[in-house]
Design a protein around this ligand. Structure first.
Ligand SMILES: O=C(O)CCC(=O)C(=O)O
Length: 257
């Protein structure tokens, strides 16, 4: 029988696993993330103003401990997602008084029919290290948008520099949309989302920075189509050429109404 979390992940495109990490491991993650944040340059923060900062953890082998933690093994067992591989991860941190993140989804395989199926191809685990709420710019999602159409799918994919730098804060992709849901969590909670889910964040209007560790995994990797496997391998190897390929735009006619 499927767990409640698995059913929610399938139907809503996300679920929240509360307090699954030991206090010791959580402190370690906080310490690792602080180390990463001390190396983030002003140029990086200016470029990724919408995200706050998004620092690749591949430069920090110490995160291997986190990736092999038993809590993640248990989490994937609870979600009935065996055979997963890790592809990429980052430390994301929104400074005080920083803007909203634009609406987007993390999946890139829209050229493959499998992207329009029930199969969960990629999950993003977000391990929050600070309490989050609307005031400090928490995550917001459109439940069900990993499979069903939403007006936001009508916008061209907008991951470019201009959106990251927030050159036009009035752009509709930074605004609130019908059906959005705020995801407020506590340190140690893990938000698991299907990479196809539309998400963004509110602006951080508080006087405190808020941080999370974001990890991407591909369940049942061995049975993914070969070209999807190849692209995941490129991402893992940090071969940024994958960004120049097609498939980052969802095809509306193939989504559920
Ligand atoms: O900052 C967050 O809470 C989430 C950020 C996120 O989902 C992203 O950068 O894609």
């Amino acid at each position: 029988m499927k767990s409640v979390n698995r059913l929610q992940l399938e139907r809503q495109g996300y679920c929240i696993l509360h307090q699954r990490i030991t206090a010791h491991r959580l402190r370690e993650i906080q310490d690792y993330c602080s180390q990463v944040l001390t190396n983030v340059t002003d140029e990086h923060r200016a470029f990724f103003k919408a995200q706050g900062c998004i620092a690749d953890i591949s430069d920090y082998p110490m995160f291997a401990d986190v990736l092999s933690d038993a809590c993640l093994t248990k989490l994937f067992a609870d979600l009935a997602l065996p055979g997963y591989v890790f592809s990429s991860g980052s430390v994301i941190s929104k400074p005080p008084m920083s803007p909203a993140l634009f609406w987007h989804q993390d999946w890139w395989g829209w050229d493959d029919a499998i992207s329009y199926s029930e199969r969960i191809l990629q999950v993003n685990l977000m391990i929050y290290l600070s309490p989050t709420n609307v005031e400090n710019g928490c995550l917001r999602v459109i439940p069900g948008s990993h499979r069903r159409k939403h007006s936001l799918h009508g916008f061209d994919v907008a991951y470019g520099a201009s959106m990251c730098r927030v050159e036009n804060p009035e752009h509709p992709l930074y605004q609130s949309w019908s059906g959005e849901q705020a995801i407020e969590v506590m340190p140690g909670d893990i938000v698991v989302k299907d990479a196809r889910l539309l998400h963004s964040t509110y602006a951080n209007t508080s006087d405190a920075e808020r941080t999370l560790l974001s990890l991407n995994f591909n369940p049942d990797f061995a049975n993914l189509p070969e070209r999807v496997q190849a692209r995941i391998t490129h991402i893992f190897m940090r071969d940024r050429v994958h960004k120049k390929r097609g498939g980052t735009q969802w095809l509306n006619h193939r989504r559920l109404a």
